[in-house]
Design a protein around this ligand. Structure first.
Ligand code: G6P
Length: 365
């Protein structure tokens, strides 16, 4: 079926806005009354000794996020690599290794080559894809569809949140099989997931505040994104989105690395977007933020109500997200990161859906 913009100015705007309903569909594809149902043949999670995750671009950042989930929730050691690096390094694949590939299109040349490298070496080849008939899906032992629907905007938005969703469900399933989460714990998680589309709707109401911040940020030549823990991969994704569609130079750093180099860049001309819900690492991020502000840096803080209160008054712009449990923050905070990039691109007058030099799917090396 032909996909149209459904009244939106751009496919990207439509794809951002439809995330509540798309996520809700993606969740119901996997959540049952009592647990999480994966397609057959499932995985023997008990036997997994190591997970190697490989992808490109936005899908790579979904993998980096999932590393935290697989390690923390399921206790599985995880390595994440960029497909173009992985494929030529000839990395040893030891027994007990499951190789997991994430790709919206399922056709990215480097990711497919990395998958083929693992065939016959890894215990299982798993993929997380959007296109179920794709090469990567067909060549996997187990392919998990993310159920994002057709994504037309070159800059990935709803596919990213749906990749995160599928990976989190996989990590939860692994945690359950490995006895790391009990039934009550799992059900609490499932409840929070079921509530997430509603929370996304509330977050979408922040559009005007985000657009205002984005118009200011669009005046900068360079922008820094900071995050810690689960927010670090999201900082990388936020910076990627901004440079992809607004052509503003953006870099992301783990907040704790700030003092090891990037702090030298800080002055009043370099806005710093800080992604920091009031989680277990919040206080550490606040002190990084203070280091920025003490050097005249302008902080755009994306946080929740408690975080906004604790951050004090010197923050330049604050974007307040609804509260969700810590493990779900990457899904929710993807939204303001996407909207910041979108509105910055609008302010710059760039071609949002077809940014220069980029392709939706890169099927050549
Ligand atoms: C291209 C797209 C990106 C995407 C990457 C990986 O560079 O412009 O948005 O993240 O490919 O694509 P895949 O289809 O493998 O997820």
């Amino acid at each position: 079926a032909r996909v149209d913009k459904a009244g939106y100015k751009h496919f990207m705007a439509k794809e951002i806005a439809e995330q509540p309903s798309v996520l809700s569909g993606a969740l119901s594809a996997y959540l049952t009354e009592t647990g999480i149902a994966l397609p057959e043949p499932g995985l023997d999670f008990d036997k997994i000794e190591r997970l190697v995750m490989v992808a490109c671009g936005t899908a790579f950042y979904a993998c980096l996020t999932a590393k935290y989930w697989f390690e923390r929730l399921a206790g599985i050691p995880v390595e994440v690599d960029i497909a173009s690096e992985f494929r030529y390094r000839e990395p040893p694949i030891t027994p007990g290794t499951v190789a997991l590939f994430v790709s919206q299109s399922g056709e990215t040349a480097d990711t497919l080559a990395a998958l083929r490298y693992c065939q016959g070496k890894a215990d299982k080849i798993v993929s997380v894809i959007n296109v179920e008939t794709s090469s990567i899906a067909r060549e996997s032992d187990l392919a998990l569809p993310i159920h994002a629907g057709a994504e037309i905007g070159v800059a990935s938005t709803k596919a990213f949140t749906c990749q995160l969703n599928a990976l989190l469900l996989l990590a939860l399933k692994a945690a359950q099989s490995r006895g790391r989460i009990d039934d009550d714990g799992l059900h609490e998680f499932m409840e929070a997931l079921r509530a997430l589309p509603g929370v996304f709707n509330i977050a979408l109401d922040r559009d005007e505040v985000i657009a205002k911040a984005a118009r200011q940020i669009a005046e900068a030549r360079d922008v820094l994104f900071l995050g810690r823990g689960l927010m670090y991969p999201l900082a990388l994704e936020g910076a990627l989105k901004l440079k992809e569609i607004s052509y503003i130079h953006a870099e992301a750093y783990a907040s704790g690395e700030l003092k090891h180099g990037p702090i030298a860049l800080i002055d009043k001309n370099v806005p710093v977007v800080v992604l920091a819900p009031r989680d277990s690492l919040f206080d550490k991020t606040v002190s990084n933020m203070q280091e920025v502000m003490a050097r005249g840096g302008k902080v755009c803080l994306i946080t929740d109500a408690a975080g906004a209160k604790a951050a004090g008054e010197d923050v330049w712009q604050t974007i307040v997200m609804p509260e969700v449990r810590e493990e779900l923050t990457p899904l929710l905070y993807a939204l303001p990161a996407q909207l910041l990039a979108y509105h910055a691109a609008i302010a710059k007058g760039t071609d949002v859906d077809q940014p220069r030099n980029l392709a939706k799917s890169v099927t050549v090396e």
